[in-house]
Design a protein around this ligand. Structure first.
Ligand code: PRE
Length: 114
């Protein structure tokens, strides 16, 4: 049996969903450009990859924002933690490259629109 046709309203909503997904991908790419540079600056400055005090600030801020926006704050925190775990992996890789002498003290320039 063929499934019923997808209603026009769903097709319209899917176009909006595609636009939002595109924005999220571009925003995430911009965020990773910034954190990449943070990773270099931390490695050169002898700072550790993770900063629990900064994490705490972000959790408090995003939890309040998510609640205000009607987004499940536990989901928002899971999403933040997922991204930051990847950032910390990048920071660790960058620090290891400096430690191994594969990178010099020249922190790459920031190439971003934000
Ligand atoms: O702000 C920093 O110090 C970062 O390294 C960036 C960032 C983040 O992705 O927002 C990542 C790791 C830290 O634990 C806190 C924040």
């Amino acid at each position: 049996m063929t499934p019923p046709a997808v209603p026009d309203e769903i097709l319209g909503l899917r176009r909006s969903i595609d636009n939002i997904d595109a924005a999220l991908v571009h925003l995430l790419a911009e965020r990773f450009k910034m954190t990449e540079r943070v990773g270099h600056l931390k490695a050169v400055g002898g700072l550790p990859p993770a900063d629990p005090a900064r994490d705490r600030q972000q959790i408090d801020r995003l939890t309040a924002m998510a609640t205000e926006a009607g987004l499940d704050p536990e989901f928002a925190e899971g999403f933040r933690a997922f991204i930051v775990a990847e950032v910390i992996r990048h920071h660790e890789r960058i620090a290891a490259e400096y430690a191994a002498g594969h990178l010099e003290g020249d922190v790459p320039a920031l190439d971003t629109f934000a």
